[in-house]
Design a protein around this ligand. Structure first.
Ligand code: PA5
Length: 448
């Protein structure tokens, strides 16, 4: 089994002493039991833990078939969903293909995202991007009631039915939702849409390895078998009970030790623009899992070296309440040497023939030393290659780490009461039936 990830906690940086891990050993052992035996808060949502080996094979086969059909039927594929219902798919597609996926030559459909905000401009742009090209839609919502995707889907559905007729549209609309409870499932059955399941025991932000993520990822031409086998490797590696043999636990413990020393912000660093949406996925995973009961490490992110020219000053020299976690890829996937200039007018010939990737790796080393000197602990998550397998393992690594870190800090990592609060208020203020009392109370507050 290939272990594609190496984690280091800043062994020589002087911010943490090895004994501090030992001090956390009993708590980590207790958390291990909670995760393995389902004895902690939110244990009904531990489905992600065994998913890479225990997924529904029949559904998985249907995902692959549907992806092939979508690739054949359309040039534009619109993914409608918000939060955990789109970030994972987008993160994987942009990481493995490109953030410029839609603009680069390819034989798979362009992919656009709708229903992840309430912007009329953004929605109108999707129609302009579709133009007169054939389109398929995947609406993804576990609850089926989230306003943003529901509104976008209503508009897109009307467009599809007008353009293709009700039956034609039904053959182009794919729905990923709750198995039987939600209104979206009932509606889809009535309309004849093909549906995929968000398992009951998998929360939105942990759902990238279900149909939620896998269908759009497969449409983009990504090898989901390799993604799942990387995740399966992660599942085996990060099941080890002892933290010294479990990098996900070690990462979780490092975060807790640093948090106890006043580090309240974690900055996830990518040195590649293709890591930007993965940063966004990670921010949701950690922010929504840990930020509750007035606790949590605020998850932020940057893409270096770009953001060294905007955020570098603050990280080097601003408030000393942050640490960085640098996700790097060891092996370059592209060879791009710096060109030679016989006249050396710009004085850059010391870099002639040097691979861009080496320049980047050297920048990363220099940045690490400078930031450590500036009082910023640097953790490292080093991925061996940019491929499906390594990314599958990385996704699982972060999922296991946040479960452990959340339990270590004493919160339920699997609920999101804060998100529900805003949804309720919005329903009430928009006049949804059943929310009359709340609406009156909120209106009084707004008017005062
Ligand atoms: O992680 C979560 O639970 C949330 O981000 C949800 O994914 C998000 O609110 C969308 O919910 P739903 O899939 O029910 O539309």
């Amino acid at each position: 089994m290939r272990n594609a990830i190496r984690f280091s906690w800043g062994e020589n940086q002087g911010f943490i002493r090895p004994q501090e891990f030992e001090g956390l050993r009993p708590s980590m052992q207790a958390v291990h039991t909670m995760i393995r035996e389902g004895t902690g808060a939110g244990a009904d949502f531990l489905g992600w833990r065994d998913l890479p080996a225990a997924y529904d094979q029949e559904e998985y086969r249907r995902i692959k078939e549907a992806a092939k059909r979508i690739q054949k039927d359309c040039r534009v594929f619109v993914v409608v969903g918000i939060g955990g219902s789109y970030l994972g798919a987008r993160a994987v597609i942009e990481y493995l293909r490109s953030p410029l996926y839609n603009m680069l030559p390819k034989d798979t459909p362009e992919i656009y995202y709708a229903g992840n905000c309430l912007s009329a401009s953004a929605l109108e742009e999707v129609f302009r991007l579709i133009g007169d090209r054939d389109v398929c839609i995947n609406v993804i919502s576990k609850s089926g009631t989230t306003t943003e995707p529901a509104v976008a889907f209503r508009v897109l559905r009307a467009y599809m039915e007008k353009r293709y007729g009700e039956e034609g549209a039904a053959g182009r609309i794919y729905v990923t939702t709750d198995k039987c409870r939600g209104t979206l499932k009932q509606f889809s059955d009535k309309k004849g849409y093909e549906t995929f399941v968000v398992p009951d025991d998998v929360g939105g932000r942990f759902s990238v390895l279900t149909a939620v993520g896998l269908l759009p990822i497969a449409v983009a031409g990504i090898d989901i078998d390799a993604l799942m086998s990387g995740a399966e490797a992660g599942m085996k590696l990060y099941a080890a009970p002892d933290y010294t043999a479990n990098d996900a636990y070690r990462y979780a413990m490092t975060r807790r030790i640093l948090n106890a020393k006043g580090k309240q912000i974690e900055v996830l660093v990518s040195y590649e623009p293709y890591g930007q949406m993965l940063n966004e996925w990670w921010k949701q995973l950690f922010g929504e899992s840990e930020g509750k009961d007035h606790k949590g490490i605020f998850p932020a992110s940057v893409v270096f070296s770009t953001d060294l020219h905007s955020m570098g000053q603050f990280i080097q020299d601003g408030s000393r309440n942050l640490f960085e976690t640098v996700v790097s890829v060891e092996q370059a996937d592209v060879s791009f040497p710096v060109a030679d200039d016989p006249q050396n007018i710009d004085g850059l010939n010391f870099l002639s023939g040097v691979e861009m990737d080496r320049v980047k790796a050297t920048a990363a080393k220099g940045t690490l030393l400078a930031h450590v000197d500036g009082g910023v602990p640097n953790l490292s998550v080093c991925v061996d290659r940019r491929d499906e397998y390594a990314l599958g393992q990385l996704l699982y690594f972060f999922e296991m780490a946040v479960a452990a870190s959340g339990y270590l800090s004493g919160v339920n990592p699997f609920d999101q009461p804060g998100v529900e609060a805003y949804k309720k208020n919005m329903f009430a203020l928009l006049g949804k039936p059943g929310y009359e009392d709340l609406r009156a109370a909120l209106q009084t507050r707004l008017d005062s």
